[in-house]
Design a protein around this ligand. Sequence first.
Ligand code: SF4
Length: 256
Amino acid sequence: MIDPPDTLFPEEESRSPMRPQFWSLWHGCHRKSEGCLHCYVYRRDTSNGIDSNLVHKTSMFRMPVQRDQSGRYKIPSGTLMWTCFTSDFFIEEADEWREDAWAMIRERSDLDFYMVTKRSERIPDCLPEDWGTGYANITICCTMENQRRADERIPVFKDLPIAHREIICEPLLEGIDFNGELGHWCEQLTVGGESGREARVCDYDWVLDIRRQCQEAGVPFHFKQTGAHFRKDGRVYDIERRLQYSQAHRADIDTR
Ligand code: SF4
């Protein structure tokens, strides 16, 4: 039995969505762990007859440093650049292109770059020589979808030299015990369910328990989306894609 989504949480909250630029400088990836099973890159590529395993540079590669006819950068200063969202910035095939990417990021120190990876173990070998304690205009976000991947990735990720660092647990596949490892090294932890027809269930109790751990560690918590199948108080709700973000917002459980 499925209830309509608007019975899940009682009150609406309005938020203004961020409007970043997407910089897909290379495209394609390989499944890395359990969270990749229904990866949207594969879903979309399959419907377009594209092999997602073929990693290639895109026509957007030089996007941050492109200029208009008057010589000004096309991307205005202060823009948030969602970087590499149809691949993984630290994927092996991109090793030969990454130096050029770092050079563009250095040149555009007036932009903010946000990148998400499941390959935290590759980060140390992929950093540029002048990285130091991390470029101030880059946030690196490591994703971990279950206990196994949190146990594997947190010890590596938390000690890396990164100026701005976040965690994403999405798609959240089970409850996660961070074993007291969360702390101020992590600027935000985001949780979300899985989207798509074959999505796995996300349980509200898992979400609340991670929120509790964030509060105890002083880490800001963000509940981003419910996913397509969401369990609350033992009942599973099927949530339309267009309502998955607003339903999470209505839970009103974010902390700062
Ligand atoms: S690492 Fe990310 S982009 Fe790559 S297959 Fe997994 S979910 Fe998809």
